[in-house]
Write a protein that binds this ligand. Structure first.
Ligand SMILES: Cc1cc2nc3c(=O)[nH]c(=O)nc-3n(C[C@H](O)[C@H](O)[C@H](O)COP(=O)(O)OP(=O)(O)OC[C@H]3O[C@@H](n4cnc5c(N)ncnc54)[C@H](O)[C@@H]3O)c2cc1C
Length: 305
C-alpha cells in the first residue's frame, strides 16, 4: 500500500478554484543554492488557449501540473509570493529544491533556461489568506514565519505595501522571521541569501513604507534552542531598515510581546513546520493563564509538512 502523502491529499479539505489556467514560465531567478524564483505569465494575446483572467488572494497557493501533463498526474503545491497587483504580468513562486518531489524536481531541471517559455497549468487554492475574516476588526497584524514559511507571508506583505497610503498607515505590521544561519553570514550583515529578507526590509523603508518592523530569529550558529529571553539586542541593516536579531527559535513570549495589550485588536498569521505552528497556535488560543486566550478567528495558520 502506498502511504506517501501528496499536496492534493494534504489539502483535500481546502477550497480550490474550478478553473485550470495555462501559464508560461517567463522568468527563473536562483536566489539561494536551494531556492529558485519562478515568474509564470499568461500567454500573449491572442492566446492559443482561451481562458478567463486569473485571480487570487494574498497567501494562496497553486496546484501545479507540468509537461507532458499525463492523465492522473499529481500536482505540486507551491505558494504565490507576489501580490495580486503583479497580475496581469505574472505570478511568482519560490520553489525549494526537492529531488524526491516530482513537480519540484521538474522545476529544478538543468539548465534552468530550458524551462523558459514552456507551459505549466495551475489551479488556485487555499484559505490562509489576507485580510483576516471580516468579523475580526484589527489594527495590528503579526506575521510569524519559519524558513520557507515566509512564502505566503511575502505575498501578504507585498499586498499590504501596495495599498493606498491612507489605508496602509492604519495598520501596524510586525514580522517575526525565524531562519537558519548555520555559517553566521546573516548575523554578520550579509542578507542576500536569506529568503526575501532584503525585499521585506525594503517594504518597511522610507516614509511610504509599512508601519511596524521586522525581528529576526537566527538558529544554527551558537543559538540557544527554544528558551525565552530578551530579543533584539543585536541589529543588522538592510535598505536602511534596522533588523534586530536574536539567536534562538521564536517562542510564545515573542508573540505576546509583539501583540502587546491589544489581543482583541490583533490578527496573527503563522506559517512554518508543524512543530512550530502547533506550539504557537496552542499557546495563543489556550485560555489564560496557560495561554494568551486569543480568539481563534484571529489566529490563522498554515503548515507545510
Ligand atoms: C499549502 C502548502 C504550500 C506549499 N508551498 C510551497 C512553496 O511555496 N515552495 C516550496 O518549495 N514548497 C512548498 N510546499 C511544499 C511542497 O509542496 C512539497 O511538500 C515539498 O517540495 C517537499 O516535497 P517532498 O517530496 O520532500 O515531501 P512531500 O511533499 O512530503 O512528499 C513525500 C513523498 O510523496 C511523493 N510525492 C509527493 N508529491 C508528489 C507528486 N506530486 N507526485 C508524485 N509523488 C509525489 C514523493 O515520493 C515524495 O517524496 C508547500 C506545501 C503546502 C502543503
Amino acid at each position: 500500500m502506498c502511504t506517501k502523502t501528496t499536496h492534493i491529499d494534504r489539502t483535500a479539505h481546502e477550497p480550490r478554484d474550478n478553473s485550470l489556467y495555462t501559464l508560461l514560465i517567463s522568468g527563473i531567478i536562483p536566489i539561494t543554492p536551494t531556492i529558485r524564483l519562478f515568474h509564470l505569465s499568461p500567454p500573449p494575446c491572442p492566446s492559443p488557449v482561451p481562458q478567463q483572467p486569473i485571480h487570487f488572494l494574498p497567501g494562496q497557493w497553486v496546484d501545479l501540473y507540468y509537461p507532458p501533463f499525463p492523465p492522473h498526474q499529481k500536482p505540486g503545491g507551491f505558494t504565490i509570493t507576489s501580490p495580486p497587483s503583479s497580475l496581469p504580468n505574472y505570478i511568482e513562486l519560490a520553489i525549494q529544491s526537492a529531488p524526491s518531489n516530482p513537480p519540484a524536481a521538474y522545476l529544478w531541471k538543468e539548465p534552468p533556461e530550458s524551462l523558459l517559455n514552456t507551459p505549466v497549468r495551475v489551479r488556485i487554492g487555499g484559505s490562509f489568506t489576507y485580510p483576516p475574516p471580516p468579523s475580526t476588526a484589527y489594527k495590528k497584524v503579526i506575521f510569524v514565519a519559519g524558513g520557507v514559511g515566509i512564502n505566503p507571508i511575502m505575498g501578504m506583505l507585498s499586498h499590504i505595501a501596495s495599498l493606498p497610503a491612507l489605508e496602509k498607515s492604519k495598520k501596524e505590521v510586525v514580522v517575526l522571521y525565524g531562519m537558519k544561519d548555520s555559517d553566521g553570514v546573516i548575523q554578520a550583515g550579509t542578507t542576500a541569501q536569506a529568503l526575501f529578507l532584503d525585499r521585506i526590509a525594503g517594504l518597511f523603508a522610507g516614509e511610504d513604507g509599512l508601519r511596524g518592523g521586522v525581528e529576526l530569529f537566527l538558529t544554527g550558529s551558537g543559538s540557544k534552542g527554544g528558551e525565552a529571553g530578551g530579543t533584539g539586542d543585536q541589529v543588522i541593516q538592510a535598505h536602511g531598515v534596522k533588523l534586530p536579531f536574536t539567536k534562538r527559535r521564536i517562542v510564545l513570549g515573542d508573540l505576546e510581546e509583539a501583540i502587546g495589550a491589544g489581543k482583541d485588536e490583533a490578527a496573527v498569521y503563522i506559517c512554518g513546520v508543524p512543530s512550530m505552528t502547533d506550539e504557537l497556535v496552542e499557546g495563543l488560543t489556550s485560555p489564560t493563564p496557560k495561554g494568551l486566550g486569543m480568539d481563534k478567528r484571529r489566529v490563522l495558520c498554515e503548515k507545510w509538512w
